[in-house]
Design a protein around this ligand. Structure first.
Ligand code: ADE
Ligand code: ZN
Length: 323
């Protein structure tokens, strides 16, 4: 109990979080009903998101996004998401936002969404928000290029990164080199989902082809000791989301999760929720599970926070304030 309280009170830095994936089911149902949309088939009888595997998860995710149709809808989502983050003492949050869902890749529309999200975020100053623009891998390379163009046009002190998520088995990461090069040239920091469904090869591909400094998940790197050594030496940061991996069946339990092994091998690991209501998780729950599974304590969590601050896609003053 004491540890649980201490964990909840600790200031936290979260780097891997999808804004739509953080939408509470009640929020999605409420918005859908305002717009006369039927989204009932994505929920189980208890009202929770329902999916049986990763591809169904992606499908349910895209259904849940349907009611989010205007900048104002994203502003409401942003407030709801930040209030929840603040309740867990998340003092700094990077969230993935996709131009595909915010104006369909049109630069002018995208800028209105970013403006609305930024204004809403200012109403919840307890949690300092940054946007990592994200491409959706199974939407293809053309859409990713449009996303990168949107990212370039919005790049600054609020939109600070570019990434890619979605179905890791769709296409090859080298298809997205052009988009990542464009984002890098605009001064954006880079991350890519890899090593969640794909093995170590996919983590290597992200580093070689996209030249990212962080990897979303990346946990399957553990299957290749040489790659683990490389990640440790190069200081590549893993955005590890343990409860996401357990909920989607990458690993059967927290105890079976490789985060402990990766950390002990010197890999730079951070901890995030990914899509909290989809995986019935929060930052507090993530830490509690790690405390139970690996006997991590307050010092370990403090170290995680410092590591995440170092890896944050923000300006040096903001980073310094997080430590
Ligand atoms: N989009 C949202 N959550 C994701 C995940 N865990 N993997 C890939 N794409 C995602
Ligand atoms: Zn993710």
């Amino acid at each position: 109990e004491e540890l649980a309280d201490a964990i909840r009170r600790m200031p936290k830095v979260e780097l891997h979080h999808h804004i739509e994936g953080a939408a509470p089911p009640a929020f999605v149902r409420g918005l859908a009903s305002e717009k006369g949309l039927d989204v009932s088939d994505i929920f189980d009888p208890s009202g929770a998101y329902e999916y049986a595997d990763f591809l169904q998860f992606l499908n349910v995710y895209e259904q849940a996004v349907r009611p989010l149709q205007t900048p104002r809808d994203y502003a409401r989502l942003t407030r709801a998401v930040l209030e929840e983050a603040a309740a867990h003492n998340v003092v700094y949050l990077e969230t993935f936002v996709s131009p595909d869902f915010c104006g369909g890749g049109d630069v002018g529309a995208w800028k209105e969404y970013v403006h609305a999200i930024r204004e809403a975020a200012a109403e919840v100053p307890e949690t300092d928000l940054r946007i990592v623009v994200t491409a959706v891998r199974h939407f293809g390379a053309d859409k990713a290029r449009a996303a990168a163009r949107c990212a370039q046009e919005a790049a600054g002190d609020f939109v600070t990164g570019f990434g890619i998520g979605g179905d890791e088995n769709a296409g090859h990461l080298s298809d997205f080199t052009y988009a990542f090069d464009a984002a890098r040239e605009a001064g954006l920091r880079l991350t890519a989902h890899a090593g969640e469904w794909g093995g170590p090869r996919s983590v290597r591909d992200a580093i070689e082809h996209l030249k990212v400094e962080r990897i979303g998940h990346g946990v399957r790197a553990v299957e290749d000791p040489k790659l683990v050594e490389y990640l440790a030496a190069a200081g590549i940061v893993l955005e590890v989301c343990p409860q996401s991996n357990v909920a989607l069946g990458v690993y059967p339990s927290t105890r079976a999760h490789p985060i402990d092994k990766l950390r002990d091998a010197g890999v730079t690991v951070t901890v995030s929720t990914d899509d909290p209501p989809f995986f019935h998780t929060t930052m507090t729950k993530e830490f509690e599970e790690l405390a139970t599974a690996f006997h991590w304590g307050v010092d370990d969590f403090r170290r995680l926070g410092l590591t995440a601050a170092d890896a944050a896609f923000c300006d040096p003053d903001t980073r310094a304030a997080l430590k």
